[in-house]
Each structure stands twice: as C-alpha cells, then as structure tokens.
Write a protein that binds this ligand. Structure first.
Ligand SMILES: [Zn+2]
Length: 250
C-alpha cells in the first residue's frame, strides 16, 4: 500500500461508507442468540489458514474475486491468531463457522431478520460473518486494503466475545472491546511476522477509525453506540500496541 494519493482521497464520502459498516452495519452480538440459523448457501468455502506471512497488497483495481480472497486471508489470519490465544490458556478455539458474501437485501438472514445491503455483521444466531460484497469492495477501493483487516478483525472479535461469554450491558462496551481485540489481532500478527504492513497502513487504520466514530452528540449509553472516534482509536491502538492485556478480557 503506501499510496498517499489514495489515502488523501479519504473524504466525507469514505467516512460515511465506513461509518455505515461499523455503526449501522455491525450488529455485533446484538442479534438474538440461541436460534440455529443457517446462512443461505454461498460460494465462500471454508476459511483457509493464511499461508505464512503475507503483505497487504497494493491498492489499485480490485476485482470482487480479489477482494473475497483478501477477506478470506484476513479470516485465516484471525483463525490462526485466536486458536493460538485459546491454546495458550489451555482452551480449544472453535473458528467462526462461515464467512458469507452476499449481494442482495434479504439474501442472508440472521435470527430470522434479512440482512440489508451495505452491511457487514457478525451473526451470533448462526455464528457467521456476512458482508455485502459489492459495497465492501467500494469501501475497500476508497479506503484501502489494510482497513479490511480491521473490519474483519472487529467482526471476528464479536464471535470471540460470544465464545468467552462476554456480554456487556451497553453496546459501546462490547464495541470498544471488539476494537481493542481487532487491534491486538493485528499488532500481534505483525509482531509474530504473520502479517506485514506496508508503509501507510497504520495511517490507514487511523484515518479509517477517525471516520467511524459516533456523532459526538450521541449519548454513550444509546443502543448501537460504538464510541467516539477518539475512544475507538484509543482502544484499537492500545490493543495494537499492548496486545490483549489492554482489552479487559478478564
Ligand atoms: Zn461491532
């Protein structure tokens, strides 16, 4: 990456797109649990482990197929990461069951609710991550490829919270912890050599996080609150720099 011209293009539109990903889009653990809901069949196969170190790819023209592959790489990296974390505590990690790209509203449902377009979610009811692929590709082209790792890391963290039985009273607590866990997943992966960031990728995280903050007037306790840009950046980078001990996993 390191394409400065591209990063400078991050404007209000990009902000809006990302805000939708995380604010409206990320339903996190909020959807009802316990119901066994299968996503509609899709062409995403089982996630594959990331083969060795990878470098985030240069931006530029990105096809839907390339995007799906990059997303799948990020999933593989997250599986490897969380498997190792759980193993270190003597626990076995069960990877999130599926990652499902979709392109039409209602094509995939979660707990009986059809997912709208322009969305990315972790569905606890069926234990899967689903994302609108066309819309995600647009965001990816606009913002850059490193931010895809943040997005996946955040949604994946919601699945880990469910596995750990973490359920806060307020969405903001759940969301900021997921930001911290996404930061830890990325920072630790860089430290272990499993992921190599290109110049400018950290700025991309910073720019992206600044774009996804809640409106400053939104009450922190409101349902769906994710945190201000400052809170989100602080949590993400404290996870990135200090690993999971920064994330209050108990
Ligand atoms: Zn979330």
């Amino acid at each position: 990456m390191g394409d400065r011209a591209r990063r400078r293009r991050l404007g209000p539109l990009a902000g809006l797109v990302v805000a939708a990903v995380v604010a409206a889009g990320c339903m996190g653990g909020g959807l009802d649990q316990g119901e066994s809901q299968q996503p509609a069949p899709q062409d995403s196969g089982p996630a594959q482990a990331s083969p060795g170190a990878r470098t985030t790819r240069a931006d530029g023209t990105t096809s839907v197929a390339e995007f799906k592959q990059d997303f799948q790489d990020a999933v593989g990296l997250a599986e490897k990461y969380w498997t190792a974390q759980f193993r270190a505590s003597g626990e076995q990690f069960r990877p999130i069951r599926r990652v499902v790209p979709y392109s039409r509203a209602g094509e995939v449902s979660c707990g009986g609710q059809g997912l709208p377009r322009n969305n990315a979610v972790y569905c606890s009811a069926g234990d899967f991550i689903a994302y609108d692929v066309n819309w995600s590709v647009s965001a990816f082209r606009e913002i850059g490829d490193a931010f895809l790792f943040y997005l996946l890391g955040h949604e994946y963290a919601h699945g880990v919270q469910v596995r750990l039985g973490i359920r806060y009273d307020f969405t903001i607590q759940q969301e900021l912890q997921a930001d911290c866990m996404a930061g830890a997943y990325l920072g630790d992966s860089v430290r272990s050599g499993a992921l190599t960031l290109a110049d400018g990728d950290l700025d991309e995280f910073r720019d992206g996080l600044l774009a996804v903050g809640d409106d400053p007037d939104q009450p922190w306790f409101a349902e769906g609150s994710h945190g201000t840009a400052e809170q989100r950046s602080e949590k993400f980078f404290s996870g990135y720099e200090n690993s999971l001990k920064a994330c209050d996993l108990g």
